[in-house]
Write a protein that binds this ligand. Structure first.
Ligand code: ATP
Ligand code: MG
Length: 569
């Protein structure tokens, strides 16, 4: 949508969040010659998570809305933690969410030469110095917000000595941690970030793009604003923890900018989710320690985990729209995300039948070799979705939980002597319960009413329960993975007394080895397919699935079972 098309009312545009409102008014005021350029700046030190999706929707979304562009810029300033594997995954995830950066893929490392030149200039102007102290010593001298810091004994070195030392730092003459380059600003500033912040540190690990060219690497604060400037970014949108960095951002950018153009930083609240941790450091720990099966484990809050689990891009974007953007930190309920997932899957998932915990039913009055096909609607929410056929025969499977030998009063499923309808097929009546020598129920003997199929006189006969089922001899065995929330504690990050790994939900994965699927599912289980196993939940084929060994992930149950648990308790 172009700017002109946005409906404006009393000078304020309708339906815009506060960042979009700022962007709109900058454009209206003719700032930056009416140009809009944003960027999404991930550090390639891990996979993207749902929090990043919120930033992506903002950065790309505002550019789309106002006819601007959004760059993808990898903030690759720390070779120790970064890797091309992460670069590739980040690209894939952004595309999957539905956004594109065209040919505007940039790297902070592209700007290392200009940043180095700027550092040299600042040294020459007496605005930067080499400090021989360790970072621990430097931290001790920082002071507190109410007490001033202590000036470094190296603060007043000559320009010549500083230049010589900085060049030798970059030539690899000194050990990591032995020296840093600091900005000479103000050790008494009420803003702690102004107390001679570190600009460069020595790192000898080769960089995934620049190899061994550099031995000094810029800190975030010395790289980010300038990178924005070099790229012509007009609005640098980030999260609230950067509010306190903004004066320093502006301080360094002013060393480059003139009046004609200067990028502007605007901050919004991070996404925090209940029953989830969002720190990349913790997610990396889960992966490294094998507590999950990888970054794309379907229980992870990563984009790749959610994709593998069967979440859709639309559901993630709708969720982010629902929670919106504010200037206040909040904890959002994961139920809202799950609601968005159900909503979208309800719209698109193909209805099928699968039995997770099978109990065999023999229909004793049905001919032994007879097979009928019944017709099933693919999706009542989508008139275009059509129908598919399902075989019916003398032996079927139903869900074990759908039978009770001694049922309570309001049990409307199958019990001795009671009747139920098999969805899309006949009404059956339970005549006999077959048990093994330990007393376990192994089989039911039922009879069917042949007049109750669709189109027959008894088709409309009412019974209280309707069950899902599959024909035993046509059913295909599958492994089914039932996922639940990864943490059992509402806000793991707030529990500072306990290690976050102690709060993992031991029930977050349950595997069922011999679920029974109707054959249609197996014939249509391409990657990314979305199914509703009727009465059971939403499912998608896992990446491990093969035609010989189908594997399905439960994306989500049909109802929010946690909500019930909480209300009860
Ligand atoms: P860390 O976990 O180490 O803090 P990070 O998640 O901030 O790292 P980056 O790669 O630096 O990782 O993030 C890229 C962008 O995504 C930044 O602009 C950051 O503000 C934004 N972002 C990160 N986490 C969230 C979140 N939970 N909600 C919204 N935006 C986020
Ligand atoms: Mg960060």
């Amino acid at each position: 949508m172009a700017t002109e098309e946005i409906e404006v009312n009393d000078g304020r545009a309708k339906g815009l969040n506060f960042v979009e409102e700022e962007v709109r008014s900058d454009l209206a005021a003719g700032k930056n010659g009416g140009r809009l350029s944003t960027r999404f700046p991930p550090e390639p030190n891990g996979y993207l998570h749902i929090g990043h999706a919120k930033a992506i929707c903002m950065d790309f979304g505002v550019a789309e809305k106002f006819g601007g562009t959004c760059n993808l810029r990898f903030d690759d300033t720390n070779p120790v933690k970064e890797d091309v594997e992460y670069v590739d995954s980040i690209r894939e995830d952004i595309h999957w969410l539905g956004f594109d950066w065209g040919d505007r893929e940039y790297y902070a490392s592209d700007y290392f030469p200009q940043l180095f030149d700027l550092a040299v200039r600042l040294i020459k102007e007496g605005k930067a110095y080499v400090d021989d102290q360790s970072s621990e010593e430097i931290a001790k001298q920082k002071g507190t917000p109410t007490t001033p810091g202590i000036e470094s004994p190296f603060r007043n070195r000559s320009v010549e000595e500083n230049l010589d030392l900085f060049m030798r730092m970059n030539a690899g003459e000194f050990d990591e941690g032995s020296r840093v380059l600091r900005a000479k600003i103000d050790m008494t500033s009420p803003n702690m970030h102004f107390r001679d912040p570190i600009m460069y540190r020595i790192i000898k690990t080769p960089h995934h793009r620049t190899g061994t060219t550099w031995k000094v690497y810029p800190m975030y604060d010395f790289a980010h604003g300038q990178s924005d400037y070099f790229e012509g970014v007009t609005h640098s949108i980030c999260t609230l923890e950067f509010v306190v960095h903004r004066p320093l951002y502006e301080y360094f950018v002013k060393e480059l900018a003139d009046e004609s153009y200067c990028p502007r930083q605007i901050e919004f609240n991070r996404l925090n989710l209940t029953y989830t941790v969002m720190s990349k450091r913790k997610l990396l720990q889960l992966v490294k320690e094998g507590l999950v099966a990888g970054w794309d484990d379907p229980r992870m809050p990563t984009i790749s985990g959610m994709r593998r689990r069967g979440y859709t891009p639309a559901s993630i974007r709708n969720f982010i729209d629902t929670i919106g953007y504010t200037k206040y930190e909040a904890l959002n309920s994961v139920s809202l995300l799950e609601h968005a997932v159900r909503d979208d899957l309800n719209r698109i998932a193909t209805r099928v039948m699968a039995v997770l915990n099978p109990l065999k039913v023999v229909i004793t009055n049905y001919p032994e070799d007879k097979v009928e096909t019944v017709t099933m609607e693919n999706n009542p929410e989508d008139p275009e979705s059509g129908v598919h056929e399902m075989p019916f025969s003398r032996e079927i499977f139903i869900e074990h939980d759908d039978f009770m030998e001694n049922p309570p009063k309001k049990f409307f499923r199958l019990a001795p002597g009671s009747e139920v309808r098999l969805k899309g097929a006949y009404i059956i009546k339970c005549e006999d319960v077959v048990k093994d020598s330990d007393g376990n129920i192994v089989e039911l003997h039922c009879t069917y009413d042949p007049e109750t199929l669709s189109g027959m006189p008894g088709a409309t006969r009412k019974v209280k329960g309707t069950l899902h089922w599959v024909s035993a001899k046509h059913a295909v065995d599958a492994e089914v993975r039932l996922y639940d929330r990864l943490f059992e504690v509402e806000n793991p990050a707030a529990e500072t007394e306990r290690d976050f790994r102690e709060m993992l939900n031991p029930e977050s994965l349950r595997v069922i080895n011999h679920a029974k699927l109707e054959p249609f599912i197996v014939a249509n289980m391409e990657r990314g397919a979305k199914f509703q196993f009727q009465r059971v939940g939403y499912f998608t084929p896992d990446y491990d699935s093969t035609p010989e060994h189908p594997v399905f992930n439960r994306t989500i149950a049909l109802k929010d079972t946690w909500e019930k648990v909480q209300k009860k308790g």
